[in-house]
Design a protein around this ligand. Structure first.
Ligand code: ADP
Length: 269
């Protein structure tokens, strides 16, 4: 959050000079509004699954259910519990990223290792949510290089981008993840998809906590609305940024860009 600006001004009043203290409260007010919005959002996100969950509990207490019905209800209840778990995990990840110092140099990791990891995750996810028509996840085959940073954070950011591509692209669609070195020396992890694309007016707000373009699609596929906020934080903590390009009806490309200082082309000794 922005620091409060305190400005001291010396004003001449007649012969005497008085010290006036003016405090710029707008930054404080803005931070307070954001905090309140955040708490309201979190409460709402937790209340929804809780309401559904307690509804099922009451139904099960008051009705004689067949074993099939019991099974079905318990499945739905477990889904809601899982949803709350995911939300709490994402909240903790975000608060850890916001509250701890940036990772510094960290360790050197091969882009091949990182890529293999998220490709495997993506394939697992598409089998789980789209078994009838799994996505084709085709990683870009390029020479590996090494990047430095907090490995777990980088994996978490890459996983979020991969999972979004799988969750928003219709089954069977093509998803192309990969690492590449850009002409400006930056490293870039990209995920291109053939999903619905995102209208330009939404792009600047995507990394806001709980901002969703399509609320019901996000919910259906277990979204928390925090994924891209996590990616943005990880990028910034590594001196980088998140770039998004998208065309409505054609697909999107999410790019995690890291500065040249974090890149080695040869294996660091
Ligand atoms: P969520 O958990 O809702 O997916 P995110 O922060 O990861 O939250 O993403 C924010 C919103 O951005 C999503 O709700 C969705 O509307 C949009 N979005 C993210 N990735 C994609 C994508 N690959 N294709 C289309 N829309 C996307």
């Amino acid at each position: 959050s922005q620091p409060t600006k305190i400005s001291l001004q010396l004003h001449p009043y007649g012969k005497k000079r008085k010290l006036m203290l003016t405090r710029d409260v707008t930054a404080v007010q803005l931070a307070e509004t954001m905090r309140r919005d955040f708490v309201a959002n979190v409460s709402h996100e937790i209340r929804t699954p809780l309401t559904v969950l307690s509804g099922f509990v009451e139904t099960m207490q008051s009705l004689e259910l067949s074993p099939e019905e019991r099974h079905q209800y318990l499945g739905l209840m477990s889904q809601q519990a899982h949803r709350m778990q995911t939300l709490v995990n994402d909240l903790l990840t975000l608060s850890r990223l916001e509250g701890s110092p940036a990772p510094g140099q960290g360790e050197w990791v091969s882009t091949q290792e990182l890529l293999d990891h998220v490709v495997q995750e993506g394939r697992g996810l598409t089998q789980a949510i789209s078994a009838a028509a799994p996505h084709r996840i085709e990683p870009l085959d390029s020479p590996p290089f090494w990047i430095s940073g907090a490995k777990s954070e980088l994996i978490s950011a890459m996983s979020n981008l991969m999972s979004n591509a799988v969750r928003y692209t219709p089954g069977g669609g093509l998803i192309e993840p990969g690492w590449r070195l850009r002409d400006d020396g930056c490293a870039e992890f990209f995920v291109r998809d053939q999903g619905p694309g995102i209208a330009a007016e939404h792009l600047p707000r995507l990394t806001e906590r709980f901002y969703r373009v399509d609320r019901s699609r996000s919910r259906e596929t277990g979204g928390t609305g925090l994924g891209l906020a996590i990616v943005k934080h990880v990028a910034q903590r590594h001196g980088g940024r998140l770039e998004v390009s998208s065309e409505l009806g054609r697909g999107s490309s999410f790019n995690l860009v890291l500065p040249p200082t974090r890149v080695r082309e040869a294996e660091p000794g």
